[in-house]
Write a protein that binds this ligand. Structure first.
Ligand code: FAD
Length: 407
């Protein structure tokens, strides 16, 4: 190690990598982010940030700006996608009182830019065109695409679903759900007259499909996500998820959904993959974080939030194990991170799969689901307390998990 080496190299400058770099820099540690792209940025449209994420943003001093950039909707409402009947709702203002922090929705690029500005202010070294192709053989650094080795006390792999670092340690592959997402963000004027809810996060759940809507950027934009199971993916064909399948998937949907489908971006789509949970994320001085560690299906809207929590937990443990001379006992800090985060994220990943299954039911099981959801007390928070409560720093703080009733 030389004097110019940082304390931590973070591979990947997505929401997870920037969040971790900011968390470490706020604790006085030197963080360097290596991002493969030629600029820092995010593709896609909206992102929901539940109170367990906004709690961390508040601690970083970023919540006020996040509120200004985003929207704090009044409700989250679930409708049946076929008959448009309301199934259940969450009062998000009450939710904010319960957890102390808001449920926000933001444009992805706004959240990413907010974290980037935080990193710049905190003195994070931000490197673009910084692709990493592997880990140094002794595990104390990374190998850049040009063959150069960069060293640090710790390497944090926040390089997403197709993580290079994860592939060095875990023999697994992304798992296809056969579902595909189309997104679209548009001026709010384009959807006025479409019977949309401007002050709510809305999801229409239907057989093998669902449709999400909410306003963004102080209410000036509107975000839509259309997700469906691809028959061609189920049949093992390579050309799955094309726009013809989008149109077919929503043919039987209610008017509110039908009006939204023509507004989706049709030139790009996202095939939905996750990975099976793994219980080990720390390998010597290398730690997996964000989607590199725990890529979920998006049904609980927790992927980016978990990534933000990961960085906060890691930095807290590093700071607690820092001596007066400034040295961090990284082995102990990484062990503490390893002790608490994989179990929480395993629960989120597996529950997201189950929750998606519930959304997409058909026939009598759809009827039973609808009856159960309509009966639900809208002030019952037992199914989200384990998600939206304070992020655990120790395994003993992890709340009991909600056990869904099988249908
Ligand atoms: P990524 O965003 O994948 O970032 C990885 C970064 O690493 C990228 O910048 C990439 O260029 C870089 N990189 C990759 N490989 C290398 C390399 N070898 N060297 C250097 N750099 C590299 N989550 C929520 O919390 N709320 C939501 O509402 C929500 N909605 C979603 C909706 C959809 C349709 C989808 C698909 C996901 C959703 N998610 C949501 C999940 C969320 O988007 C992800 O979990 C989150 O963005 C993961 O962030 P990350 O930084 O870990 O990974």
């Amino acid at each position: 190690m030389s004097q110019s080496d940082p304390d931590a190299i973070i591979v990947g400058g997505g929401i997870g990598g920037l969040g971790a770099a900011l968390a470490l820099a706020r604790k006085g540690l030197r963080a360097r982010v290596l991002e493969q792209a030629s600029t820092f940025g995010e593709v896609g449209a909206g992102l929901q940030i539940a109170p367990n994420g906004t709690r961390v943003l508040a601690e970083y001093g970023l919540l006020d700006e996040a509120r200004e950039l985003g929207v704090a909707p009044a409700d989250m409402i679930m409708f049946d996608a076929l008959d448009a009947s309301e199934l259940t709702r969450l009062d998000l203002r009450d939710l904010e009182r319960r957890y102390g922090f808001p449920y926000l929705v933001m444009h992805r690029s706004d959240l990413h830019a907010l974290l980037l500005r935080g990193c710049e202010r905190a003195g994070v070294e931000l490197v673009t065109d910084g692709r990493v192709d592997g880990l140094a053989p002794d595990g104390t650094g990374v190998i850049r695409a040009d063959g150069q080795i960069e060293r640090a006390d710790v390497v944090i792999a926040a390089d997403g679903l197709h993580s290079v670092a994860r592939a060095s340690f875990v023999a697994d592959a992304p798992v296809s759900s056969s579902y595909v997402a189309y997104r679209g963000a548009m001026p709010i004027e384009d959807v006025r007259g479409n019977d949309v809810h401007e002050d709510a996060v809305v999801v229409y759940v239907g057989p093998r499909c669902h449709f999400v809507q909410y306003a963004l950027r102080g209410g000036s934009m509107f975000n839509q996500v259309a997700v469906f199971e691809s028959p061609r993916a189920k049949a093992g064909q390579a050309d799955w998820g094309l726009p013809d399948e989008l149109d077919q998937a929503f043919e039987g949907a209610c008017d509110q959904v039908q009006r939204g489908i023509p507004l989706m971006w049709r030139d790009r789509f996202w095939r939905m993959f996750d990975r099976d949970p793994v219980d080990r994320w720390v390998f010597g001085r290398v730690a997996l974080l964000g989607d590199a560690a725990h890529p979920p299906l998006q049904y609980l809207a927790q992927g980016a939030v978990m990534a933000i929590e990961d960085g906060w937990v890691l930095a807290e443990h590093a700071a607690r194990r820092r001596s007066a001379s400034g040295d961090v006992d990284w082995d102990a800090a990484l062990a503490a991170y390893q002790a608490v985060r994989p179990e929480h994220c395993r629960r989120v990943q597996s529950t997201a799969r189950d929750w998606g299954g519930l959304w997409h039911l058909d026939g009598p099981r759809r009827d039973r689901r609808n009856a159960l959801l309509r009966d639900r007390d809208v002030r019952d928070y037992s199914f989200v307390d384990w998600l939206y409560g304070p992020t655990a720093l120790e395994p003993g703080q992890e709340p009991e998990m909600f056990k869904p009733i099988p249908l």
